[in-house]
Write a protein that binds this ligand. Structure first.
Ligand code: SAM
Ligand code: SF4
Length: 352
């Protein structure tokens, strides 16, 4: 794939020969600046979505390898005060399985300059915690929901928990964690009908639907090009039922291409991570639950900040290692290249 196809300029990388900067924004050799930090709080989950986890689950990270709240707190402080991170999104695994989540959110929210704090969750348990999370400083949630049909939902997630997710969504709306977004990864068999019902449901409830193309990040490495539904398939399925027109607002670094529905009664976003990669506008850096920095979802190398933390490294050393990790970010994910290698870690262990 060419750089142009990735949305990157087809020019050389004038910065490539230089070492990573020691101050300023968190930049890579293509000039992209990371301001959005995705933090995976745990690799554990209470669902088993087919495109993410095997039915039997995975070998979870041993407890002593997972960052302790004070370690995480230190890394978040470095990210915000030294590296220019303005947005933090907690994810997992399932972040609501973390007992001290409210404390972690409150801690991050107290940083200056105050970052915007969001969470991606499957919504199970959110009904009980949405108020407390909002009070702690959480501002927005994305709740993953792939079908509003209970049987389809159970087939996709291998758990009969649709009611819990819907209750979580409603609680998020009541708690003001909005705009509440719904993330959907469509099943190749039922997705074409699921997406129509999902959009109707989201329009009725005032949630913003974002449909994400399935990516090769499943633990079983069973993703096959040609089987997963593409952004074009999604739009085709919706066109028969809704009038969609391109949203005129500039997209910036947002991964979703937005469409206005039926003349503006709502919007739907389609994230074409595979068929129309948007790596050229990527502004993300990632931290796994065991303290590894990843410069891309699809990176095959990681930088171990936990080891630095636990061997007495000072803030300068940790900042330097994080900068160096991001400096080495590749042009794009390479899914469409013949020599693409799927990362060892599945999505649940990276943090989507
Ligand atoms: N458990 C939480 C949830 O499901 O929202 C947070 C973690 S989950 C890994 C984050 C997001 O990644 C979810 O919206 C999920 O649908 C998405 N995801 C997981 N595996 C994926 C894959 N193979 N391709 C595309 N998206 C995926
Ligand atoms: Fe769990 Fe989220 Fe993966 Fe589903 S997508 S198995 S909810 S981590």
């Amino acid at each position: 794939m060419t750089l142009t196809a990735l949305g990157l300029p087809s020019v050389h990388r004038p910065l490539a020969a230089q070492p990573a900067p020691t101050s300023g924004p968190l930049i890579d050799t293509f000039g992209r600046i990371a301001t959005d930090l995705r933090v995976s709080l745990t690799d554990r989950c209470n669902l088993r979505c087919t495109y993410c986890m095997p039915a039997e689950g995975l070998d979870w990270l041993p407890k002593d390898q997972v960052l302790q709240p004070p370690e995480l707190s230190r890394l978040l402080r470095i990210a915000v005060t030294r590296l220019g991170i303005t947005n933090i999104r907690f994810t997992g695994g399932e972040p609501l399985l973390v007992r001290r989540l409210e404390e972690i959110v409150a801690d991050a929210s107290a940083l200056q300059p105050q970052p915007e704090i969001a969470m991606t969750t499957n919504g199970i348990g959110l009904a009980r915690r949405a108020e407390a999370l909002a009070a702690a400083g959480l501002t927005r949630v994305n709740v993953s929901l792939d079908s509003v049909d209970a049987a389809h939902f159970a087939a996709i997630t291998r758990r009969d928990r649709l009611g819990d997710v819907l209750a979580g969504l409603a609680a998020a709306k009541r708690a003001g964690l909005g705009p509440v977004k719904v993330n959907a990864v469509l099943d190749p068999k039922t997705g074409r009908t699921d997406v129509v019902a999902l959009l109707r449901f989201c329009l009725d409830e005032g949630y913003h639907l974002r449909v994400i193309e399935q990516m090769p990040l499943d633990a079983g490495h069973s993703w096959r090009r040609g089987e997963a539904l593409t952004a074009d398939d999604v739009l085709d399925s919706l066109h028969g039922h809704f009038t969609l027109s391109p949203d005129p607002r500039p997209r910036g670094s947002a991964p979703a291409q937005l469409w206005q529905v039926d003349g503006g009664t709502g919007t739907v976003g389609v994230i074409a991570s595979v068929s129309h990669a948007f790596c050229g506008a990527c502004d993300r850096t990632r931290l796994t639950a065991d303290g590894q920095v990843r410069n891309c979802l699809f990176a095959t190398t990681e930088t171990d900040l936990r080891e630095l933390l636990r061997t007495g490294a000072d803030d300068d050393a940790i900042e330097g290692a994080w900068r160096k990790a991001m400096w080495a970010k590749a042009a794009g994910h390479g899914i469409n290249n013949p020599d693409f290698i799927q990362p060892d870690r599945p999505m649940s262990a990276i943090g989507g």
